[in-house]
Design a protein around this ligand. Structure first.
Ligand SMILES: O=C(O)CCC(=O)C(=O)O
Ligand SMILES: [Fe+2]
Length: 258
């Protein structure tokens, strides 16, 4: 997978554009979230694909170069889905809830593969990815070439996450925060640029079924006050995925404080 992704990102632009995003569709190769000519762009290239469940796949933007790329995306997708299922089982036990109650909340998966070129004229305003929290239940991030850049916000300060070989970073997403009425909190994060080294990562977002609504689980809320409204997943996703990632904007749409 690592070699295939690297090979793909190094192809000439016209070859990559054969699998480019089409207007109105987020899937494929490109720089998402370009709203205006005046906005600051994130310093990265992306390949975004919906990978699970298999019936939701649109194969058009799945690259055919290198030849076994599709196969490796498919097997990577199933492996991270299995890891996610195990993590969600542990989370359900930890919360003292029946897994069946949340099984539908991580059945969809999308992979965002990102290439961050080295940025020799690093500038304070340039970021690999602007601060945001993920619109997911759980996100598993693989920092494939072990280059630093990912940072999480902890007690108001940015803390670098040191890449580990043979390890994935697990981010709690906004839907898990909503479902658990804030018991699990989504994490704000960003990616900084590196003046010398390029960086590659794959984020696997696990999301609820698109046509369902998600709100705090009654078993978890109990006598507490509900902190979030019940929202339709497709509506939240439409708003968030079509706007530039930005911590505040995501929170505005996803946190739903009453
Ligand atoms: O590149 C990374 O390490 C994280 C990327 C990320 O936050 C995202 O794709 O949402
Ligand atoms: Fe993220």
């Amino acid at each position: 997978m690592r070699n295939n992704l690297e090979y793909f990102f190094r192809l000439p632009l016209d070859k990559k554009n054969e699998f480019g995003q089409l207007p109105g569709d987020l899937q494929g190769y490109g720089q998402a979230f370009v709203e205006s000519e005046h906005q600051t762009l994130d310093w990265c290239d992306r390949l975004y694909l919906v990978t699970q469940p298999p019936k939701d796949r649109d194969m058009r933007p799945w690259p055919t170069t290198p030849v076994n790329f599709r196969e490796s995306i498919e097997s990577y997708s199933s492996v991270v889905m299995r890891v996610t299922c195990s993590l969600m089982e542990i989370i359900a036990i930890n919360l003292g809830i029946d897994l069946e109650k949340i099984r539908d909340t991580y059945v969809s998966q999308a992979l965002r593969m990102t290439y961050y070129p080295a940025c020799p004229v690093a500038h304070d305003n340039v970021l690999g990815i602007s601060p945001h929290s993920d619109i997911s239940t759980l996100t598993l991030v693989w920092e494939l070439n072990l280059v630093e850049g990912l940072q999480i916000k902890r007690q108001g300060a940015w803390v670098p996450i040191k890449p580990q070989s043979n390890a994935l970073v697990v981010n709690v997403g906004d839907f898990l925060e909503i479902l658990t009425n804030g018991k699990y909190q989504s994490i704000e994060h960003r990616v900084t640029v590196n003046p010398h080294k390029e960086r590659m990562s794959i984020s696997a977002f696990h999301l609820p079924k698109f046509d369902m609504s998600v709100g705090p689980l009654s078993e978890i809320v109990g006598q507490e006050l509900k902190k979030y409204k019940t929202v339709r997943v497709d509506e939240v996703a439409k708003v968030v995925f079509s706007s530039k990632l930005d911590g505040k904007k995501t929170k505005e749409y996803a946190m739903f404080n009453i």
